[in-house]
Design a protein around this ligand. Structure first.
Ligand SMILES: N[C@@H](CCC(=O)N[C@@H](CS)C(=O)NCC(=O)O)C(=O)O
Length: 230
């Protein structure tokens, strides 16, 4: 049986998005696409129901409960007041608009946040392919040697040189966007933020962004709480 846990207490943020969302996702520590949604809700002080499926039980639920919620049979899926929301990045953008934050202020900022997010989408697809392959002992080290440094270097260059990013700490400057959370989470899931940011030693601007995300009061409290599972 999947586990269900209520996280947080209802706030104005819940009112802004229309209630208490229920997240259906893997019980995969504090990792994956679903974790970015948790991160946004934690940062915004939004209460949520966290439904977690073990990797073992998921294939059965994929054919039943998840298939009923989402024709592509993927997770994350969010239920909110009788509505079903699918596609994690569309969900993040939707909540950002509803909250009136996390999407950038000007059209230029919104474009840039979306563009940086799209780079991470490409990176995460390759990461997952390599990490969950049957022969992951070969494919993941290969990914770590080839694709990953390519994405790290491109993102570091963008952050250092783009007009909006250069002043830092976030992608569009001083205000966080959903794209910073997407970028933070892939660095976390690739184990680049752990052990004193060892994996980001050649990417000081990216490390600055990671530090800024982790220093946000609600994120900091979350990372130190029993809701954070590593
Ligand atoms: N574009 C989708 C991708 C969803 C996706 O591939 N989810 C993965 C987990 S992160 C999944 O459902 N894997 C199990 C499966 O495909 O059965 C999104 O961003 O939500």
């Amino acid at each position: 049986m999947p586990t269900t846990k209520r996280c947080g207490t209802e706030t104005a943020g819940n009112k802004a998005i229309g209630g208490v969302p229920t997240l259906h996702y893997f019980d995969f520590q504090s990792r994956g696409r679903g974790q970015v949604l948790r991160l946004m809700w934690e940062d915004a002080g939004i209460a949520y129901e966290d439904v977690r499926y073990s990797f073992k039980e998921y294939p059965d639920y994929k054919k039943t409960r998840i298939a009923e919620l989402n024709p592509t049979t993927n997770i994350p899926v969010v239920e909110l007041n009788g509505r079903i929301l699918t596609q994690s990045y569309a969900i993040l953008r939707h909540f950002a608009r509803q909250l009136g934050r996390y999407e950038g202020e000007t059209e230029e900022e919104k474009y840039w946040a979306d563009a940086m997010c799209d780079i991470v989408i490409d990176w995460r697809s390759l990461f997952i392919q390599a990490f969950f392959a049957d022969n992951m002992e070969e494919t993941y080290p290969e990914h770590q040697r080839t694709a990953r440094p390519r994405f790290l270097q491109a993102l570091e260059t963008h952050l250092k040189t783009h007009d909006l990013s250069a002043s830092g700490p976030y992608i569009t400057g001083k205000n966080i966007t959903y794209a910073d959370m997407v970028l933070y989470q892939i660095c976390h899931d690739e184990n680049l933020v752990q052990e004193g940011r060892k994996g980001l030693k050649d990417c000081p601007r990216l490390a600055e962004l990671v530090n800024a995300v982790e220093e946000r009061p609600n994120v900091k409290a979350f990372l130190q709480s029993d809701r954070y599972l590593g």
